[in-house]
Write a protein that binds this ligand. Sequence first.
Ligand SMILES: CC(=O)SCCNC(=O)CCNC(=O)[C@H](O)C(C)(C)COP(=O)(O)OP(=O)(O)OC[C@H]1O[C@@H](n2cnc3c(N)ncnc32)[C@H](O)[C@@H]1OP(=O)(O)O
Ligand SMILES: O=C(O)CCC(=O)C(=O)O
Ligand SMILES: [Zn+2]
Length: 473
Amino acid sequence: MCQTENTPSSSTPNKQDMVEVGQVNGTNGRPAAASANQQRNPYAPRYADFLSNVCNFKIIESTLREGEQFANAFFDRPTKIAIAKALDAFGVEYIELTSPAASEQSRLDCEAICKLGLKAKILTHIRCHMDDARIAVETGVDGVDVVIGTSSFLREFSHGKDMAYITKTAIEVINFVKSKGIEVRFSSEDSFRSDLVDLLSIYQTVDKIGVNRVGIADTVGCANPRQVYDLVRTLRGVVSCDIEIHLHNDTGMAIANAYTALEAGATHIDTSVLGIGERVGITPLGGLVACLYAANPEYVKSKYNLPMLREIENLVAEAVEVSVPFMNPITGYCAFTHKAGIHAKAILNNPSTYEILKPEDFGLTRYVSIGHRLTGWNAVKSRVEQLQLVLTDDQIKDATAKIKELADVRTQSMEDVDTVLRVYHSGIVSGELEVGDSHQFDKLLKKHRDSSLPRPELTNGANTNGTATPTRA
Ligand SMILES: CC(=O)SCCNC(=O)CCNC(=O)[C@H](O)C(C)(C)COP(=O)(O)OP(=O)(O)OC[C@H]1O[C@@H](n2cnc3c(N)ncnc32)[C@H](O)[C@@H]1OP(=O)(O)O
Ligand SMILES: O=C(O)CCC(=O)C(=O)O
Ligand SMILES: [Zn+2]
């Protein structure tokens, strides 16, 4: 098993068929001479983005609240504690817990997590109701997140209350929580399908009575980035308190919407590990981190323990019995695997050509896959060098043609590729093989396969069970 293999525990890719690419052409795989211009990101925030909080935000990590609403989730006390500790070690600023009004065990677990002495502030999430608030403030939390639906759908079909009642109750609950000396946030569920005047009016009211944050919630995942930008920016002009945003991912917009919310002045983003939550969930922690890192690595490197991300995702994936998705940002099992020959050549020269995220910043490893028909001689050359075989470029091109020919029939494992290269090399060294003699090469390969002799040992410390250092098949 590779030390830095970036795979979920539940789906293990065949990394022995890959070539790791580590230190390429300079330190940390970056060419020392890459110019500032090459590295400048034209989409990075401009000074004109005066509202933007992309470099100054807090994460409200809701795996233990929204995440518990994921269909598969059942978190017992030890699991909740393990997740809370891992999130705290990662560095999230807040951890949001299920309402203590949900069940007796939820209340007891909430109290237990509050007693852990974590650095992250502990929040719990309640309905806009005095009964829930009374229970919540007794748990030892640092703050209470209060929510009530403001859209006509929820006013009619969920709680059945009008805006006057909502406003009156919100004031009562907020004042009560504040009187206990802890943080309080008021959020309007289903904000994007609520009347804008209703929304701004209630946010203004709760801001005036000293709520710490107001929350916008895209409860059904209907919002697009432009709508998010408009609403957050408008709200920024109306309230002076912090602005939190909670974004569901029903149309795949949750990460983009979170980034846009920060650009428009939101201060707090709700996440969950792997995005788990009701239906398809919310903004995933890892995806948000990837998105912010792409804008500027320092936005997240300075605050969070990025190499812990994979461990946290595996912990939660295991707890809810799912695999980390193959296309997951950062930790998806092919997130740092490069395959096509054109990509492989450029990556080997400078990883920035096809990577916006540096795997080493996440404790992960880059691979180049070579045992397939899309490979090219540059990728194969890197493996030849790792195996410390001496071949000319023409000879490597010749061997590459054979790898591609074989891979036209089936994908070749790293061991297969290494055999081709070794047989080719020994044929050249012994004089039995000349460049272009495909027929003779086939004969030598067959002879090798038929032979009962053990394969020669590698000489560079690489071994044949997949822990070879740089290239992939
Ligand atoms: C969009 C979100 O994800 S919001 C967070 C969702 N989280 C949860 O639901 C936490 C888990 N929930 C629970 O354990 C239960 O639903 C409880 C304990 C909160 C309530 O349980 P019950 O009293 O049995 O009510 P039930 O769940 O059937 O219905 C919800 C009740 O809350 C009321 N309600 C719904 N939303 C709110 C709100 N935001 N503020 C105040 N009351 C609300 C509804 O009107 C309904 O009241 P009713 O009993 O008078 O009809
Ligand atoms: O409290 C909030 O802001 C969000 C509640 C929630 O989970 C949602 O609206 O989807
Ligand atoms: Zn939600």
